[in-house]
Design a protein around this ligand. Structure first.
Ligand SMILES: [Zn+2]
Length: 580
C-alpha cells in the first residue's frame, strides 16, 4: 500500500473550497453567510443541510450529521481516510505525493477495512475457481441463459460444498477477528464460525470503486435447503442502503445514456447487460433508499423503475416513487408482461424491451393507477384520498403543459372539476368573497355558504371551533345536515382526518369531507379575524331578522286575540333583539 505524504494530507486539510466539492453532491444555495441544500444523509423536502465556508464545516439540522470536508467525503463515498484525501486532492488539483519513509499512518478502523476488502477479494478468486471446476453449477448458469462472458465479467463464483471456507481462510493466516468482520460467517451457539455460503452460486457485490464488499448467494439444486437467496451480513465495508448491485460495470454506460434502469434482482442486472442494456442497477432490498438515490444522482438524473410484476415489486416501485419525489429526478416506470426483466428479455427479446423503455409511463400515471386500484374512484369517499395521493406528483411536474394534461386526465376519471385540482396544486389564494360568488354554487344563499365555512373552520382547527361555538349554537344553523355536524363537532376534540374517520354516518362523513376539500383547494381553510366575524355575524343577524319578523307576525295575531300579557312579553323580546 502506498503511503501518502504528510504534506499532501496537510494541503487537503487546508483546502478551503468546501462548497465547491460538496456542491458536486448536493445542490447548494446561498443563504446569508452559509449555503443550504437537501441533506444527502437523510430524506427531506425542506433543506436543513448547511455548509459554512467560513468555518469549513457542514451540519444537518435534521439528522445532525456534521463534520469537515474530509469526513463528508469519507461518509458519502464510504471511503477510508486516505482514499478520501486522495479523492479531494484529485478534485482540488492538489498533487498527490507518496512518501515511503515518512508515512502517514491509517487509523485502526481504516486498516481493518483495507484488510477486510483484501480478504473478500481473495475469497472471490477462490469462488470463481470453484465455479470453473464445477460442471453442475456451471450448467445451471448456462441453463438460466447466462453466457460465459457475463459469468466472467460479473465474477460469478461457486461456494462448493466440499470447500471449507474457514479452513482455507485460516491457511491464508487471516485472523478470526478479521474473518468475523467480513460478514460471510455466522457464529454458532458454541462460538464456532460457520460460512453463510454453502453449495450456492455466489454473486460478488462490487462497489463503484471496484472493491469487493460482499456476496449474494443463491441455491441452485432442486430441493436444496435454505432460503433462495442469502447475502453477506452488513459489515464495516458493506452497507446495503448504500449499495447498488452492478454499479462498477454500469456507471460509465449510465453517464453515457444519461439514465439508469433500476431493477430488483442480480439475475435481472446480468441478463440486461447480456442483452446490451448496460445502464442497469439493482437495489439491495425491498425499495430504493436515499443513499442509493444520491449515488445514482451522481451518474444520471433520470431513472426508469423496472421492478418485478408481483405485488411486492409494485409496492417497491411505489415506495421508490415516494422517495424520488423528494428529489429532482425524472422518473418513469416500465411495466413488463413477465415475472421480471430477466424473464421478459429471454422470452421477448431485446427489441421488445427497448420498446418498453420508450413507452415507460410517467410517475404520475403510475401513482394515479395505483391509487385508483387501492381506492375505487366510484366510491365518493375515496376521491379525497386519491387526490391527496396524486397531488404531490402533479405539483412536482414543472412543465405546465404536461401538468395541465394530467390534471385534466385525473379530473375526468374522478369526475370533478379540473380547477379544483389545479387550485389545490397551486395553493391558490382567492379572495374569500370573490371565491364565494364566482364559485359554481353561486345560487346558494350567502347564509348557506357562511354556515359551510364555519363548519369547515371548526372541523380543521380546534381553537376556531371553540371560538365559533361560544357565539353560536348548532340549532342556529339552518341547514339540518350542517346543524347535525355542528352538534358532533362540539362533542369532539379531534380535527381533520381523525374527526372525519370518527363519523359513522356515511352521508354526513361525505358531506363534511367534500366541503373541507373544496375549501382546502381554494386555500380558504384559515380565515382572517374579520372574515370569521363576518360569517358569524351573518348567521346571527340572519337569525335575528328571522325572529324579528316572526315576532311581528305573532304580535298581529295576539292583538286580534287581545292577549295583552303575551304581547308585552314579545315586545320585550323584540326590544332586546333590536338593541343588541
Ligand atoms: Zn440530514
Amino acid at each position: 500500500m502506498p503511503w501518502l505524504a504528510e504534506s499532501t494530507v496537510q494541503q487537503v486539510k487546508q483546502y478551503n473550497d468546501i462548497v465547491g466539492i460538496i456542491g458536486n453532491y448536493v445542490d447548494l444555495k446561498r443563504r446569508g453567510r452559509n449555503y443550504i441544500g437537501l441533506c444527502p444523509f437523510h430524506s427531506e423536502r425542506t433543506p436543513s443541510f448547511t455548509v459554512s465556508p467560513d468555518k469549513g464545516i457542514f451540519h444537518c439540522f435534521g439528522c445532525h450529521e456534521s463534520g469537515d470536508l474530509i469526513s463528508f467525503i469519507t461518509k458519502i463515498d464510504n471511503l477510508t481516510f486516505i482514499e478520501a484525501i486522495e479523492k479531494i486532492a484529485e478534485q482540488a488539483g492538489i498533487k498527490i505525493e507518496y512518501d515511503q519513509s515518512k508515512s502517514f499512518e491509517s487509523s485502526q478502523d481504516d486498516a481493518l477495512k483495507e484488510s477486510v476488502r483484501h480478504i473478500l477479494y481473495q475469497i472471490r478468486l477462490q469462488f470463481t475457481q470453484l465455479l470453473d471446476t464445477s460442471p453442475s453449477a456451471m450448467n445451471y448458469l448456462t441453463r438460466r441463459g447466462l453466457s460465459d462472458e457475463t459469468i466472467k465479467s460479473f465474477h460469478l463464483g461457486y461456494a462448493a460444498p466440499a470447500f471449507n471456507l474457514l479452513k482455507w481462510s485460516e491457511e491464508q493466516r487471516f485472523t478470526t477477528e478479521q474473518l468475523k468482520k467480513t460478514g460471510l460467517f455466522f457464529q454458532t451457539e458454541q462460538g464456532a464460525l460457520r460460512s453463510r455460503f454453502k453449495n450456492r452460486i455466489v454473486f460478488p457485490i462490487i462497489d463503484e470503486m471496484n472493491r469487493t464488499i460482499g456476496f449474494g448467494g443463491r441455491v441452485f439444486e432442486l430441493d436444496q435447503q435454505g432460503a433462495k437467496y442469502v447475502n453477506s451480513e452488513e459489515s464495516i465495508v458493506f452497507n446495503k442502503r448504500q449499495t447498488l448491485y452492478g454499479i462498477s460495470l454500469a456507471k460509465s454506460e449510465i453517464k453515457k445514456q444519461k439514465y439508469t434502469i433500476l431493477v430488483e434482482g442480480y439475475m435481472d442486472v446480468l441478463i440486461c447487460h447480456q442483452y446490451g442494456f448496460k445502464n442497469v442497477l439493482a437495489i439491495m432490498g425491498t425499495a430504493l433508499t436515499t443513499e442509493q438515490a444520491q449515488k445514482i444522482k451522481r451518474l444520471s438524473s433520470s431513472i426508469i423503475l423496472c421492478m418485478d410484476s408481483d405485488s411486492a415489486g409494485q409496492t417497491a416501485i411505489e415506495r421508490s416513487c415516494e422517495l424520488l419525489l423528494q428529489t429532482q429526478y425524472q422518473v418513469k416506470v416500465m411495466q413488463l408482461e413477465a415475472k421480471d426483466p430477466a424473464e421478459f428479455l429471454m422470452s421477448q427479446g431485446r427489441d421488445a424491451f427497448q420498446e418498453h423503455i420508450t413507452n415507460a409511463v410517467s410517475i404520475i400515471d403510475f401513482m394515479f393507477d395505483r391509487a385508483c386500484q387501492k381506492w375505487s374512484p366510484k366510491i365518493i369517499e375515496n376521491i379525497p384520498k386519491i387526490i391527496e395521493c396524486i397531488i404531490p406528483y402533479l405539483r412536482a411536474e414543472t412543465e405546465r403543459i404536461i401538468q395541465t394534461h394530467y390534471v385534466q386526465k385525473v379530473a375526468t376519471v374522478l369526475n370533478i372539476e379540473p380547477e379544483l385540482i389545479m387550485a389545490k396544486i397551486l395553493n391558490l389564494k382567492y379572495n374569500v368573497r370573490r371565491g364565494f360568488s364566482s364559485s359554481k354554487n353561486s345560487q346558494k344563499s350567502k347564509r348557506q355558504k357562511a354556515e359551510e365555512f364555519l363548519i369547515v373552520f371548526s372541523a380543521t382547527d380546534l381553537a376556531l371551533r371553540k371560538k365559533i361555538f361560544s357565539t353560536i349554537s348548532p340549532d342556529q344553523l339552518t341547514d339540518p345536515l350542517l346543524s347535525k355536524i355542528a352538534s358532533k363537532l362540539i362533542e369532539s376534540e379531534s380535527v381533520n382526518a381523525v374527526l372525519i374517520e370518527g363519523i359513522k354516518d356515511a352521508s354526513t362523513k361525505r358531506h363534511l369531507t367534500e366541503i373541507i376539500l373544496k375549501a382546502d383547494a381554494l386555500n380558504l381553510i384559515s380565515p382572517s379575524e374579520n372574515e370569521l366575524e363576518d360569517y358569524i355575524s351573518l348567521v346571527i343577524s340572519d337569525q335575528k331578522e328571522k325572529r324579528i319578523s316572526e315576532i311581528k307576525d305573532q304580535l298581529k295575531t295576539l292583538e286580534k286575540q287581545g292577549d295583552e300579557e303575551g304581547m308585552t312579553q314579545l315586545l320585550q323580546e323584540l326590544h332586546g333583539l333590536k338593541i343588541k
